[in-house]
Design a protein around this ligand. Sequence first.
Ligand code: ADP
Length: 406
Amino acid sequence: MSGSVLTLNAGSSSLKIALFRPDDEQPIATGMADRIGGDCVLTVKDASGTILSERRGAALQGATHEAVLQALVTILTEVRLAQDIAAVGHRVVHGGLVFTTPTLVGDDVLSQLAALEPFAPLHQQHNLAGIRAAQRAFPDALQIACFDTAFHRSHPFVNDVFALPRALYDEGVRRYGFHGLSYEYVTQKLAILRPELHAGRVIICHLGNGASACAIHDGQSIASTMGFSALDGLPMGTRCGQLDPGVMLYLLQQKKMTPDAIADLLYKQSGLLGLSGLSNDMRVLEASDDPAAKAALDYFVFRIRREIGGLAASLGGLDALIFCGGIGENSRLIRARVCSDMEWLGIAIDPVRNASNETILSAQLSPVAIMMIPTNEEIVIARAAFGMIDRQKALRLRGQGDLPPL
Ligand code: ADP
């Protein structure tokens, strides 16, 4: 086994793959399937972004995750890229309290992960469907799960708990935090770019369709805006962010909404889309002169600034503020608005650097370094998978057999 790694990110209606060779952090191919379960479209590109294959139509209409993964594998096989896949690395949203590092998946781990489905009902089942499909497509490959919650398991008790009866905490109702693979990537990159900042007090704002912010001290997560679910904290493309639980009671008791209808409201109809009534896409909102679009942006910016204040208080000060995610990496407007009038916290952005999207965005004399670091969750997964392949090889060399999948 010379060993390529396939990374797989399975969402409710999408599936993203990337194929990595050893010692190369640029994927040699990427694939994307959108609208799974409906009018599915499947695209595979090479390293330069050239489309190798695009498929749609009756054969993919209503196809399952497994059928879609099989179609992606068929394309990779046709273009002679699938033959030496030694490991498949999976993004898994929830690792609960147990899984704090990348984990080799066997039947036992799979059933432990399935037991966490009630904690992440909209995501976990799809991640696990991706693992099962990959087990069938690549029966000889290692399957490695990498968890979005793992990075945050270092939270101190006060940032891990809700003020509910203690029994609920003990059964797992905790602030898990998410986007951990993104925070891990950015933190590792910071350690290379600016080790003195990595050792200090850092806030990372991951602003994409999902959005959260995380307080990190010496590389360790100490607080995150996302909590028990990926709904809490910042408003997002279609998710509400922080919400008084009394609103939920009102929806249930007075408006007699069903739990499914509430889930749909909070996950799919709220956030930027709900407030603007226009779009969940930041580019559309920025280009619009509709007052409702402006109000949605005002709320988004206000909540980010408020959370930065709170996270800085958790850290006892701030050395670096980092933006990532589709909005954080591209929206000059949002970065400028988040950082305006923040000198009281030592935050001063340089408008020219911000406009030209540089890595360092802070003004010369800004006490807090402001940075833009493009995130890359796939690389974190690929590194973990290559690490597991290396461990397997080392065991075989020593004649100690294979890594036992747990
Ligand atoms: P996901 O959470 O699905 O991975 P992304 O990180 O890709 O999402 O972020 C998607 C968001 O980034 C969208 O709201 C999109 O409008 C926004 N975005 C992408 N490019 C730009 C840009 N040039 N200016 C402003 N917003 C942008």
